[in-house]
Design a protein around this ligand. Structure first.
Ligand code: PEP
Ligand code: MG
Length: 324
């Protein structure tokens, strides 16, 4: 399938109306990195670090992690890699950690909440990342931040790790860029100070959609019940685009929907210029972007909303059938 898109692999994703959309890949293992050149991705928009913890039967050592992270950065070369700090809990349970019996794990003690309550693991992971960079720029992103203070507290942990590394005489990255996932509706309404303070935001659409519609992403009965192109959800996402544009905060989308061509062009149409997805999706998504007038598609979405359609999907499909 990748061969089908080989002819556009090196071309930028520019829409018919001239908008440049940046496409990145999601990864979680070193074995994913060869897909970077073969897919034409511009970097790794989301490196899910929990996979390194999930594939072992004991807590990985700092040196082991540093080695993996270094090899990931080596493989990525000049293209950026955004490392997401450990996102465990909910659907991702470590076999060697005491399971906590929670009535609602998706709403429970997970991701950055664990990181902030038990900072030891996060600090160990940060040190591994700082060392792995060997002086190169480092990009870090926190999962599941629900309010501004969680972001600042997590960033303080990075600063502490940096101070320790300096004290130990280790080389530190030439820059550490710190952003966050936006996966809970609450963060979309944080103060403008937050949007000014954070270096970048990446929408975790899988979780964000689950919380927006109150529909468990793991529950077969409800997971497909609500459409990503539901006008309520698109309107909500547009609000995030608006907040980010007011403060000039770089915004990307890294949930699975970014890799679905129809959804991807709609995300681009409402103003999300960076999409991160599984590598095999880059070709099909790029191909559709290059055939689509995103401004016209935006009008299609707005018209569907004005007509009171619940989902823009039918109108979008109809438009793309003739124009995509
Ligand atoms: C998301 O929630 O959209 C996301 C990218 O994170 P994960 O799927 O790892 O929860
Ligand atoms: Mg998530």
């Amino acid at each position: 399938a990748q061969e089908r898109y080989a002819s556009i692999r090196k071309r930028p994703a520019v829409s018919v109306c001239g908008r440049r959309i940046h496409l990145y890949m999601n990864a979680g293992l070193l074995a994913d990195l060869p897909s970077l050149p073969s897919s034409g991705a511009e970097g790794v928009g989301l490196f899910r670090t929990e996979l390194q913890f999930l594939i072992r039967n004991q807590m990985p050592k700092r040196t082991e992690l540093a080695e993996v992270y270094k090899r990931v950065m080596d493989a990525a070369g000049d293209t950026p890699v955004i490392f997401r700090t450990l996102d465990i809990g909910s659907d991702k349970v470590l076999p060697y950690m005491k399971p906590n019996d929670e009535p609602n794990p998706a709403l429970g003690w997970r991701a950055i909440r664990v990181g902030l309550d038990k900072p030891g693991v996060m600090r160990m992971q940060m040190q591994a990342l700082l060392r792995a960079a060997e002086g190169r720029p480092l990009n870090v992103m926190f999962p599941f931040v629900a309010q501004y203070s969680e972001f600042t507290a997590a960033r303080t942990e990075v600063d502490k790790a940096l101070a320790i590394e300096r004290k130990l005489g280790h080389v530190v990255p030439e820059s550490v860029t710190i952003g966050t996932m936006l996966e809970t509706p609450s963060l979309a309404y944080a103060s403008s100070k937050f949007f000014e303070d954070v270096a970048f935001i990446s929408i975790g659409g899988n979780d964000l959609k689950q919380f927006f519609f109150a529909a468990d992403r793991e529950n077969e009965r409800v997971r497909r019940r609500y459409d990503t192109l539901n006008v309520s959800f698109l309107t909500f996402l547009e609000g995030i685009v608006q907040r980010c544009s007011e403060t000039g905060t770089p915004l990307s989308f890294c949930g699975e929907d970014a890799g679905r061509p129809i959804e991807a062009v709609c995300l681009a149409a409402i103003g999300i210029n960076r999409l991160s997805m599984r590598p095999a999706s880059i070709g099909p998504v790029k191909s559709l972007i290059m055939r689509t007038d995103l401004d016209a598609l935006y009008d299609v979405i707005c018209d569907a909303r004005e007509r009171g359609e619940q989902s823009a999907r039918e109108s979008v499909m109809e438009y793309l059938r003739w124009n995509g």
